[in-house]
Design a protein around this ligand. Structure first.
Ligand code: NI
Length: 182
């Protein structure tokens, strides 16, 4: 498994609509494994393929719960969204240090292919439902900033630009933290 390079806000691939995977083969499985590895190294709870520069409908989510376990989502489709909305703070590995409150349905039903190419259906609530929706947004070229009011968005974009001052390009190497001292 390989920790891949993250694409940050400004990289065009983040604004692309990612096409579905035609066949779950070894290359797709490797991508799934690398997404998990990269997400964990970056201490995220989800990661979409275009965040590592691959425009394919593949994402992973692991909010650290056991049931259901970490999800590999290949060609995910949201079948149903509950009526109830919930607002909570979100961040994104592609927009480090920037956070905003996003309103989303608190309950979803989702269908996707797993790492073996087998179709499965899962119901998710709360934080997990939020993480899944955030990742599927990525696959459609949407970022959490797009859900905010224009005022809030431009505020956060200004903050982002300030934090990027002096830096060029839109790639970020993920450096896993060294093993913690006991
Ligand atoms: Ni994100």
């Amino acid at each position: 498994m390989t920790v891949r390079t993250l694409h940050l806000l400004g990289s065009p691939v983040l604004r692309q609509q990612s096409p579905p995977v035609a066949r779950v083969d070894d290359a797709v499985r490797r991508l799934v494994d690398d997404l998990f590895e990269t997400m964990r190294a970056a201490k995220g709870v989800g990661l979409a393929a275009n965040q590592v520069g691959v425009a394919q409908r593949v994402a992973v989510v692991d909010i650290g719960d056991e049931d259901p376990p970490a999800l590999a989502l290949i060609n995910p489709v949201i079948l149903d969204r509950g009526d109830e909305l919930e607002t909570a703070e979100e961040g994104c590995l592609s927009i480090p240090e920037i956070f905003g409150d996003v309103e989303r349905p608190s309950h979803i039903v989702l269908e996707a292919l797993d790492r073996d190419g087998k179709k499965f259906r899962v119901e998710a609530r709360g934080y997990k439902a939020r993480a899944i929706q955030h990742e599927i947004d990525h696959l459609d070229g949407i970022l959490f900033l797009d859900h905010l009011s224009a005022v809030k968005r431009s505020l956060l974009l200004a903050k982002w630009k300030k934090s990027r001052k002096g830096q060029t390009g839109y790639l970020k190497e993920v450096t896993p933290e060294p093993a913690g001292e006991l």
